[in-house]
Every structure is written in C-alpha cells, then in structure tokens.
Design a protein around this ligand. Structure first.
Ligand SMILES: N[C@@H](CCC(=O)N[C@@H](CS)C(=O)NCC(=O)O)C(=O)O
Length: 157
C-alpha cells in the first residue's frame, strides 16, 4: 500500500484542516506543503495535474499518485492507521458516522461556505458576490447550528 509523502495544505482553509485534525487524532504526522490558494497556486497547470478540481487538501503518495477530497483522504488514513477508530467499527456505526458527516457537510458547512463566499472581502474578485444572499445564509447557519446542538444534546442525554 502506498504511504503518504506530503499533504498539500492551506493553514486557514477548512477542508485541509479537517484532514489535519483527523490525522492528529490518530497521531499521524503529515509533512505539510502550503499552497497559497488565494493567490491561485492551486489553479496552476502543475497543481491541476495533481488535483483536477484545483483545491486543497491533496495527499501525495510514495507511488507518485495523488489523492484529493478531504473525506477520501481521511478514509485512506483510517485504513492505514485503524486505531483509534474514527469511521466506525461495523456497518451500523459506519453508516451512522456517514449520516452525520453528510448532514454537517450539506446542511451546515455548505451554508457557511455560501455565507463567507458572498460576504467576505477575501472572496471579492474570485466570485460574483451576492451580499444579501450571504446574509440570508448566515441566518440559516445559526438556525442549523442550534438544531445540530439540540440533536447532539438529545443524543448525549
Ligand atoms: N470537496 C473538497 C473541497 C476542496 C476545497 O474546496 N478546498 C478549498 C480550500 S477549503 C480550496 O482549495 N479552494 C481553492 C480553489 O478552489 O481555488 C474537499 O473536501 O477536499
């Protein structure tokens, strides 16, 4: 099985952070190479050859291949380092984790992304911004965060 060589990273971006947190929970030390995505470094022909989607994280492997998509990278790390188990020991547990993962990504994380992309000066010039839409999405984020917190409290009580 190929082993990780380095993780193409951005210190403030959420998707690479997700992989860094997952690796840290497992005690895996990944060598990081920062990519200035705001300066367009993930959109160069050289980087697009590593990940045609043009984003980070990307995990470089010692067989010369590259793996992108934060969840796919986490799943690969889980396979290489099964303990501590983070993605479920049996089918039921795996499906439960996947359910929460999908909810967090589609219902919360996507709305956070739409808020930031439509309101933050960081994204001016990268996207056509619709600030009113961004502010409406901000309200959605707060509502969904409250509802996720209530579900989580119900699960732990
Ligand atoms: N679905 C991908 C999303 C990757 C992504 O959008 N990464 C952002 C940083 S959080 C990025 O590199 N954006 C730069 C760009 O798209 O040019 C994943 O989960 O890894």
């Amino acid at each position: 099985m190929p082993r990780p060589v380095r993780l193409y990273n951005h210190s403030q971006a959420p998707n690479p952070r997700r992989v860094r947190i997952f690796a840290a929970e497992k005690g895996i030390e990944l060598s990081l190479e920062d990519v200035d995505v705001l300066a367009g470094q993930s959109r160069t022909p050289e980087f697009l050859a590593k990940n045609s989607s043009g984003g980070v994280p990307v995990l470089e492997l010692d067989d010369g291949s590259y793996l992108s998509e934060s969840v796919a990278i986490c799943r690969f790390l889980e396979g290489l380092h099964p303990e501590p188990n983070l993605l479920g020991r049996d089918l039921r547990e795996q499906a439960e984790i996947e359910m929460w993962n999908r909810r967090m990504e589609l219902e919360l994380f996507a709305a956070i992304g739409r808020t930031i992309q439509n309101t933050s000066p960081i994204f001016q010039g990268r996207f056509k911004q619709f600030p009113d839409y961004g502010e409406a999405q901000r309200i959605v984020v707060y509502q969904r965060r409250a509802s996720a917190a209530a579900s989580s409290r119900a699960l732990t009580n």
